[in-house]
Design a protein around this ligand. Structure first.
Ligand code: RIB
Length: 311
């Protein structure tokens, strides 16, 4: 078995469905309310374990509070097969939560109260060394403190792992941090922000130029996630695009997390980048047809079926 490590956030998601997302200052009446395990890090760990049940061991590094949400989030990850022995509790803050509204077209707006996730401090990074040792990939996002992400990226590399950074939520990143990234996986908004550009819709024909500009900032490879258009990958030698699977979106929450986890699982299985992109697109496509973060992550059998029968 290959080991994947995910360093990142665990949040309890409070999800409300609405006809339309509220404008600033507006109150709208919602419909259903659900509490669903989430957090970009935990979603990636859950998805990797569910998709790679027979091929990878998944370990999660993170922080929670001493509260009922912490117990629920850890139990949910354990049930998916994730090793949570490196998820520690802190008395400093409550477990992270996210307030999520999802509209009729599946688009969402999310406010995260990071809480205990911010207790994953850079001064404790050295303790991650033993977790990273022997790992094939270490996956990161940006719901943990930036200096912790920067230090842990370096440490993961030093321990021989390849690093995958999902730069979400969007934030400007120092060249030194980007230089420790093997695969950077922004969506179009994140890509624009990283380049200091205004947010803009990116078409597949613009993707190569954008990805090349991002690669010049330091990562070894860039994988642009372009939603319903699919994705574009370049690493200096290989360049390829992979179309999305057409589906009707119900909720896009955690589609990016599912994509990254699926990518890491497929690469850990030595399937090659082209197949890995297709596998990741298939997993993300299924996830958007369902409500919620970890609740929407497909099983391996579901992804394999779509890859066989899908377009
Ligand atoms: O990527 C989706 C996640 O973002 C949600 O689960 C929420 O917790 C926020 O972290």
């Amino acid at each position: 078995m290959t080991t994947l490590v995910v360093v990142g956030s665990l949040n309890m998601d409070f999800v409300v469905t609405v006809d339309q997302l509220p404008a600033p200052g507006q109150t709208v009446l919602g419909r259903n309310f659900q509490m669903i395990p989430g957090g970009k890090g935990a979603n990636q760990a859950c998805a990797a374990a569910r998709l790679g049940a027979n091929s990878v061991t998944v370990r999660m590094v993170g922080r929670v509070g001493y509260d009922v949400f912490a117990d629920h989030l850890k139990a949910s990850l354990s049930a998916a097969g994730v090793d949570v022995s490196a998820v520690h509790a802190t008395r400093a803050q409550a477990t992270g939560v996210a307030l999520i509204s999802v509209d009729a077209s599946g688009q969402n707006s999310i406010v995260v109260a990071s809480g205990a996730n911010h207790a994953l401090v850079a001064s404790e990074t050295e303790a991650m060394r033993s977790v990273f040792r022997g790992a094939r990939f270490v996956l990161f996002q940006l719901e943990s403190p930036l200096d912790t992400v920067a230090a842990a990226l370096k440490l993961a590399r030093a321990e021989g792992a390849r690093t995958i950074l999902d730069p979400a939520p969007a934030a400007p990143l120092a060249p030194e941090l980007l230089a420790s990234v093997d695969i950077l996986t922004p969506n179009e908004t994140e890509a624009s922000l990283l380049l200091g550009l205004p947010p803009a819709r990116v078409s597949m024909s613009d993707a190569a130029a954008l990805a090349h500009s991002l690669r010049e900032r330091g990562p070894k490879a860039v994988l642009l996630k372009l939603g319903d258009q699919g994705c574009f990958y370049c690493d200096g030698k290989t360049e390829l695009s992979s179309p999305a699977f057409p589906v009707v979106a119900k909720d896009t929450t955690a589609a990016g997390d599912t994509f990254n986890a699926a990518l890491a699982v497929a690469l850990a299985e030595d399937r090659g980048i082209e197949k890995a992109l297709r596998f990741a697109n298939a997993a993300a496509a299924i996830s958007v047809t369902r409500m919620g973060a970890q609740a929407s992550v497909p099983t391996r059998a579901e992804v394999d079926a779509l890859l066989t029968d899908g377009t």
